[in-house]
Design a protein around this ligand. Structure first.
Ligand SMILES: *Cc1c(COP(=O)(O)O)cnc(C)c1O
Length: 341
């Protein structure tokens, strides 16, 4: 298979159309067989449920080339099961988990020419999603749905090394108690756009959201979970029912405990104690871990002891170990790496 002639090292994170995508339709109470198609466009009725009441959920994962030349994905079964949870919460028919993993494999194989080579830092981003497609005007769930997966090559998240970012405590809330913060729904992102545009306008890279009930506890950013490192080298991550269970964060907690022998805690993290941590990072598929150097709360600055030049030493170890597992330099726990070809 010949690779496309793309400038892998200098790509950004934007949509580039690739050759094939997967489509399955749900109608009359069941999913059809699904198939790959060349058609990147969707034709739907003007009154489609997704357009009126935002009935849509999504996932995000990556395919990449390991050092020994295999194309692999990382824990796609967890994306499959998380999408089932998301679908159920929005009254959508879950797409079967085994079929999800199979569909990911089909799309990646069909677009193998777009999977960036090992060492480029670039990856093939995979976007599964589903939405209500039949006309819905009275407020109720759609009867018909479409599940799709497209892929798009994306560049290295950090060009020239991971520089720590500055984030601000947001005046906006991300998720209500008993709301939809724990599922991967487009609606959570729609309402976060104003908050992120505001943060950027004020010179910050990201928002730190607090729990909306008490505004005393750390939740997450718009699209990544927090990990903190204490001064005695414990790994702490916020426990909350209103944050999205990041697969990267869950993997990092496992790596911290089982590969690095660190103590890990998932618990309430009060904003008041953030100033006492040694390191802070954001976890998600895109960057794996982005180091946070500074957290600003209405002009009051918390400067992490790890500074603004590089990742803290423990964050770096977590990053190196997890990316080492992903790239095949370090033996992975059973079932984490799915070899596509
Ligand atoms: C997708 C997402 C994450 C990161 O999850 P990963 O599975 O690690 O990619 C974190 N927070 C939110 C709100 C998300 O939507």
């Amino acid at each position: 298979m010949e690779k496309k002639n793309l400038d892998w090292e200098n790509m950004g994170f934007s949509y580039m159309q690739t050759d094939k995508r997967y489509v399955a339709n749900y109608k009359d109470g069941k999913w059809d067989d699904g198939a790959l198609t060349d058609d990147a466009n969707i034709v739907m009725n003007e009154c489609a449920g997704v357009l009126q009441y935002a009935q849509t959920v999504f996932e995000g994962l990556k395919a990449y080339t390991t050092e020994d030349g295999h194309i692999v994905t990382f824990r796609p079964d967890l994306n499959a099961s998380r999408m089932v949870d998301s679908a159920k919460r929005l009254e959508m028919p879950p797409f079967p988990e085994d079929r999800f993993v199979d569909a990911v494999e089909q799309v990646v194989k069909a677009n193998a020419a777009y999977v960036p080579p090992y060492g480029s830092g670039a990856t093939l981003y995979i976007r599964p999603y589903m939405f209500g497609i039949n006309p819905v005007i009275g407020v109720k769930p759609a009867d018909e749905y479409q599940f799709r997966i497209f892929t798009t090559p994306v560049g290295p998240y950090f060009k020239g090394g991971a520089k720590p970012i500055t984030i601000c405590v947001s005046d906006f809330d991300r998720a209500a108690p008993h709301g939809t913060g724990h599922i991967k729904a487009g609606l959570n992102y729609a309402m976060s756009l104003h908050a992120i545009v505001t943060a950027h306008a004020n010179g910050f890279d990201e928002n730190m959201y607090l729990d909306s009930a008490t505004r005393t506890k750390v939740e997450e950013t718009g699209g990544a979970n927090f990990i903190f490192v204490t001064k005695d080298n414990k790994i702490v991550t916020p426990h909350s029912n209103t944050i999205l269970p990041s697969i990267t964060r869950r993997s990092i907690m496992y790596v911290a405990e089982h590969y690095l022998g660190l103590e890990v805690e998932e618990r309430d993290v009060y904003f008041d104690e953030v100033k006492d941590f040694a390191e802070c990072g954001l976890c998600g598929t895109a960057a794996v871990i982005s180091p946070v150097g500074k957290i600003v709360n209405h002009g009051e600055e918390i400067c992490m002891p790890s500074g603004m030049e590089k990742m803290g030493p423990t964050t770096q170890k977590l990053y190196d170990t997890l990316t080492g597992i992903q790239m095949g330099h370090i033996e992975a726990p059973e079932g984490w790496i799915k070899v596509i070809e």
